[in-house]
Design a protein around this ligand. Structure first.
Ligand code: HEC
Ligand code: HEC
Length: 239
């Protein structure tokens, strides 16, 4: 099947999902027009396009279901609380998608950002998780302008990072796949701080079966105080 046709099929397949999502968001606002309702009522078959999900299919899926929050280039969006995904390890990304969909992440009442992503992961067929992860992993990282960090904080963050974190996340914070430790360089300070606090309080990593999350929870325990936590997040955001 040619690429254009594949893309067209994926678009058709995604439309009902989007319409359903918008309808749910709209609550009791006026009904959709009948054309859209018909599309929602009769989802076209996805097999074929999905079965051998090539990069083109996945690009369409990403653009339709993920880019609104994570950005067209996977660069993330601080206002949406959505992290950078481009260039991240495929295995890590796929694991997080499974964690969100399977109830290991994003379940706490105090985790609004995680809950919104859990809903998204639950809305995607799990057979797309690995193709999506592979697609994102090879996406070039688009550098984002992050807030400048004061010199003293940079020095503190760097010291903390090199002494407690670099052994797993690598000196340049590009991650070490064999350690299951993701890249952290260039992620927003806001996102990193939230994750560190989530690990610390058990919002993330405490669910039964989240082996690597539990490992990272133990590591957060090595941060002495909030000032160290904020400094290391700020430092990483500048890399
Ligand atoms: C409604 C906005 C929204 C949409 C749409 C969305 N996400 Fe997310 N995503 C988030 C937020 C917010 C987080 C951060 C959750 C947290 O703080 O734990 C996140 C986190 C993630 C993570 C974890 C990243 C990490 O470093 O641990 C992955 C992977 C991910 N999203 C992939 C996707 C994919 C793939 C799609 C499309 C199928 C998607 N997201 C659609 C909002 C969204
Ligand atoms: C023993 C190895 C190890 C050490 C040391 C370590 N980490 Fe991690 N880190 C991990 C693993 C494994 C994960 C993936 C956990 C998961 O799947 O939830 C992780 C995940 C993270 C995440 C989540 C990233 C994301 O995209 O959501 C952050 C943030 C993080 N680590 C920061 C740190 C900081 C800061 C330090 C130093 C204080 C540190 N890590 C030390 C192994 C380590």
């Amino acid at each position: 099947m040619n690429t254009g046709k594949c893309l067209q099929i994926v678009r058709l397949a995604i439309l009902p999902l989007l319409v359903g999502f918008l309808a749910a968001c709209a609550g009791d606002s006026p009904a959709l027009d009948s054309g859209e309702q018909a599309a929602a009522a009769t989802p076209p078959p996805v097999e074929g396009a999905a079965g051998d999900a090539g990069v083109d299919d996945v690009a369409g899926l990403y653009a339709a279901q993920c880019a609104s929050c994570h950005g067209e280039s996977g660069q993330g969006n601080v206002a949406m609380q959505a992290p950078q995904l481009a260039g991240q390890q495929a295995e890590y990304l796929a694991r997080q998608l499974r964690n969100f969909a399977g109830g290991l992440r994003g379940q706490s009442a105090a985790d609004a950002a995680g809950a919104s992503m859990a809903a998204m992961a639950q809305g995607v067929d799990a057979k797309y998780f690995e193709p999506l992860a592979a697609y994102l992993a090879q996406m070039p990282v688009k550098p984002v302008q992050r807030a400048a960090v004061a010199e003293q904080m940079m020095a503190r963050g760097k010291r903390v990072y090199q002494s407690r974190c670099g052994s797993c996340h690598r000196v340049d914070a590009s991650g070490i796949a064999a350690m299951q430790a993701p890249a952290l360089a260039g992620m927003s300070s806001e996102y990193l701080q939230r994750q560190l606090r989530n690990y610390r309080s058990g919002i993330r990593g405490a669910a039964k079966g989240d082996r690597y999350g539990a490992q990272m929870r133990a590591m957060v325990g090595t941060l002495r105080d909030d000032a160290d936590l904020e400094a290391v997040a700020a430092y990483l955001s500048t890399l």
